[in-house]
Design a protein around this ligand. Sequence first.
Ligand SMILES: [Zn+2]
Length: 92
Amino acid sequence: MSAHPKFCPRCSIGRIRRKRLPYVMVVEDQLVNIPRFPALVCDVCHAYMFDPVALSRLEASLSARPRPVKTPRARRAAPLAPAATDKPLESF
Ligand SMILES: [Zn+2]
């Protein structure tokens, strides 16, 4: 299994080097920014892909962590009932 190709699959000249690139992903509507994520970058055409091993590891750690308790917005139409029934009518 070669997760680390020697030559660039795009230009087939460049060599693939390991670098750290900023990686941004959205997890449950939250932006997760990883400033130095392992990536494989071609040194000729600069095509890059994020390290699939690191990606799967990241996904595993994200799914393993306890989910944030989502507080569903209570769609309860709070009846703002003016308590008029227990008050005497003053306009009379
Ligand atoms: Zn290339």
